[in-house]
Design a protein around this ligand. Structure first.
Ligand code: FEO
Length: 180
């Protein structure tokens, strides 16, 4: 049965597995951002809470985009299980540091799949993943800009409120990827 299914798709098992792993990473990323949003909300950082909620929604869209791609090329898309999600964070700044680390890891992970696509001459999937590489440039830039705000503003008392206010503007100021 499995063998027959494989014959009906040009998607290699190796790439299919990597794509399903990416589906899981995007889903986990979405839940991580949701936990960050709730953490910020509990502390009254309402703009940051909204910021992470939007990030969470975007990651869910990414997850669905890859999930649907696997199905559309005849592969087997697997609903991911994401394990335990971190709910508590050391500090306001650490939430954003974890966000940037997460984006960097996602960029590397997608690059590894593109590498494998080149090796196996799967140009269709490589082409599909190009959009994600462009998206990651924007996502990393946004996450880095957030941390810059922490570096600029005094991190105590009113400074935290100022940081939270500035976070609300970061997404509006970001340059969208060329084909967005
Ligand atoms: Fe979908 Fe920002 O990684």
């Amino acid at each position: 049965m499995k063998k027959q299914e494989r014959l009906r798709t040009s998607l290699s098992e190796e790439i299919e597995e990597m794509l399903n792993e990416q589906v899981m990473k995007e889903a986990k990323s979405s839940f991580n951002y949701l936990a960050m949003s709730a953490w910020c909300e509990r502390r009254g950082f309402v703009n940051s809470a909204k910021f992470f909620e939007i990030q969470s929604d975007e990651e869910r869209q990414h997850m669905k985009r890859i999930f649907n791609y696997i199905s559309s090329v005849g592969g087997t898309a697997i609903t991911p299980s994401v394990g335990k999600i971190q709910q508590e964070f050391e500090s306001f700044r650490s939430v954003f540091e974890i966000g940037l680390d997460q984006e960097i890891e996602i960029t590397r992970s997608i690059s590894r799949i593109v590498d494998k696509c080149s090796e196996l001459k799967d140009y269709t999937t490589a082409n599909f993943l190009n959009w994600f590489l462009g998206e990651q440039v924007e996502e990393e830039a946004i996450a880095r800009r957030c941390l810059e705000i922490f570096d600029i503003v005094d991190q105590q008392g009113l400074g935290f409120l100022m940081i939270d206010r500035e976070i609300a503007l970061v997404r509006d100021q970001a340059q969208p990827p060329a084909d967005a």
